[in-house]
Design a protein around this ligand. Structure first.
Ligand code: ASP
Length: 607
């Protein structure tokens, strides 16, 4: 995306611009040979000015539709990013000067009258080669960055995708409803932003992590199918795929199964992809959480590349190699990886250890002659090769389908850790940028209800505590909670979690059972979300839903690695807004009104 000129923002799939009104009669990017001879008025920014002899200059005038060359007399005062109204006559460019790279490249505007609508300071970074500009600078002058082709294209793409999502949901019979931003704490796991109440000092609203509870109440309220393009707020460290505030396509429906919810979402996301890419995505693969862990070592598998995890535990059942006497042994085959340098291999070993593995075994696969001459059973070059029997080596090469030139990486550990460590190495080594290549969507289903135990040995909710356990697993609830599956599912695309959802608990007794397993006492549950439990006592329909991360979906469609590049005014990785300076201290009067005291106190005077 680098070196993108602002004018590249014109997108072929954009609808024709509306009829111009006001100061202009046409748009810059739409002039063609058919317009030759017409007098037009255009408005826009000076993209470039090139002197042409003493008197004349070429001024490329740019608006949101593209740019056109204007031949202007006495243009010396016109600088980049000045805002102009130019009236002139469309003419064919002189022989040999047409520009095929430009949609308007066959024509130019001549005999121009120029009106300067606004002068401009020199922009603090070049608007067309801007990827060299530091991101903090781009965000400080975001309104300038927004003029670039990249941001114009990304945000217009976003608008198209959101519009398609909305139409798809409406077409599927969903009603768009808004839920409050000033909300109350809910137990969804993320840290919440608190808003002090001016009228009730010491009391706070909370900005919603998601409309989760509100949408469940809408189901109790009989709305049957709800959706919202909802802003969600979580006070969690921002990073490439996470912002404090982000947008979800949030939905909920009554009397539905998991498969129904997935079908609604598949349809909406396909419509969004079609709006962005011009065609619907291929099949949405479905796999269980256990399969995803086993095969990809992660619950958000990137299906665009291979290097799947290979089960090797049985191959070493009788091994005499101590390091392989472990509950599980998993391997990945890195095609062509035998060429990795020793320091890269050492780096992988360190990485595996930092991820919690006891160690990492690597083996370079060589032609048979390379390791012991012709006729030798195998060529495995590895510090541990001598500890393995020939049978084990043969079995390993067969299981991994290794070929000379490949690298094998093995982890022997607890099953989950072996999978997760290799899954991370697979991604480190092989993963293309998120927007590259085909879109590979994947539903991951049958998540566990609980995700490990806390220090007190209590299970932790994997999704949120409103998720319905799998009906077949209810009897293991007390005896083996970690094996209880949830009726929850994630949508994954190219290794990014695009969203998650579940069938919810709609019965107060089951909800109470889950809350108690999570260690939330009845009084605490009552205090925190008694309003939900109370609602369930008045006839709650079985219901389930989902939320799709709109920023992530658009970033993937735009080929951007960071969701900041598809959000008009994002925060930096440290949560700041370099443009407005937020967050900022409040003045003493406002603090008083809100009943707050600044514990940080006044800054000590500079010495
Ligand atoms: N509220 C959930 C979330 O924001 C999504 C859902 O379960 O519908 O992740």
């Amino acid at each position: 995306m680098s070196g993108d000129r602002p004018t590249a923002g014109v997108d072929d799939r954009l609808p024709a611009p509306p009829r111009p009104v006001g100061l202009r009669t046409r748009y810059c990017g739409e002039l063609r040979p058919a317009d030759i001879g017409q007098q037009v008025s255009l408005c826009g920014w000076v993209d470039h000015r090139r002197e042409h002899g003493d008197k004349l200059a070429f001024v490329d005038l740019r608006d949101h539709t593209g740019l056109v060359q204007c031949v202007v007399e006495g243009a010396h005062a016109l600088r980049s990013e000045f805002v102009l109204r130019v009236t002139g006559t469309v003419r064919e460019r002189p022989e040999g000067t047409a520009n095929d790279q430009l949609a308007t490249g066959q024509v130019e505007l001549a005999g121009c009258q120029v009106e300067v609508l606004a002068a401009a300071d020199p922009p603090p970074f070049v608007l067309d080669g801007y990827t060299d500009a530091d991101e903090a600078l781009r965000l400080r002058y975001r309104y300038l960055d927004l003029r670039t082709g990249r941001m114009q294209r990304n945000l217009r793409l976003r608008a198209r995708v959101v519009s398609a999502l909305r139409r798809s949901m409406e077409g599927q019979g969903f009603t768009e409803l808004e839920t409050p931003l000033l909300w109350t704490p809910t137990p969804e796991g993320a840290r919440e932003f608190a808003i002090p109440s001016r009228l009730n000092h010491g009391s706070f609203y909370v900005l919603p992590q998601s409309p989760q509870i509100a949408k469940q109440l809408l189901m109790v309220g009989g709305f049957d199918r709800y959706f919202q393009i909802a802003r969600c707020l979580r006070d969690e460290d921002p990073r490439a795929d996470r912002q404090y505030e982000f947008t979800q396509l949030d939905l909920e429906a009554s009397f539905v199964t998991e498969a129904d919810v997935r079908a609604f979402v598949t349809e909406a996301v396909s419509a969004g992809v079609e709006a962005g890419r011009g065609e619907r995505p291929a099949e949405f693969v479905e796999m269980t959480w256990a399969e995803a862990l086993d095969t990809y070592g992660v619950d958000k598998p990137d299906l665009r590349f291979g290097m799947r995890l290979v089960e090797c535990t049985p191959l070493f059942a009788a091994t005499s190699f101590n390091a392989f006497k472990a509950p599980a042994i998993k391997a990945i085959r890195v095609p062509g990886g035998a060429g990795f340098t020793r320091s890269r291999l050492d780096g992988l070993v360190e990485r595996a250890k930092s991820l919690g593995a006891r160690g990492l075994v690597w083996m370079r696969v060589e032609p048979a002659e390379g390791a012991g001459g012709p006729g030798a059973p195998l060529g495995l070059d590895s510090p541990v090769a001598k500890f393995l029997s020939d049978d084990e080596k043969v079995a390993l090469v067969a299981a991994t389908e290794a070929e000379p030139g490949d690298l094998l990486l093995l982890v022997a550990d607890e099953h989950r850790r072996a999978c997760e460590v290799l899954g991370q190495l697979r991604v480190d080594i092989g993963r293309p940028p998120v927007g590259e290549g085909p879109l590979r969507f994947c539903w991951v289903v049958d998540f566990p209800l609980f995700d490990g135990l806390d220090e007190d040995g209590r299970p932790q909710a994997a999704h949120h505590p409103f998720t319905m356990p799998h009906p077949d697993d209810l009897d293991r609830f007390d005896t083996d909670p970690l094996s209880v599956r949830a009726q929850s599912y994630d949508l994954v695309c190219n290794g990014w979690e695009l969203g998650s959802g579940s069938i919810r608990i709609h019965r107060s007794d089951v909800q109470a059972q889950v809350l108690s397993a999570l260690g939330i006492a009845p009084e605490e549950a009552e205090a925190r979300f008694g309003f939900l439990l109370g609602a369930f006592r008045f006839g709650a329909p079985p219901h389930g839903g989902f939320a799709v991360g709109v920023d992530r979906l658009v970033a993937i469609l735009a080929g951007e690695d960071s969701i900041r590049d598809v959000i008009a005014f994002p925060k930096t990785q440290s949560g700041a807004d370099p443009m407005t300076g937020a967050p900022k201290p409040l003045g003493p009067r406002q603090l008083r009104e809100l009943g707050l005291r600044d514990l940080a106190g006044p800054k000590p005077p500079a010495r």
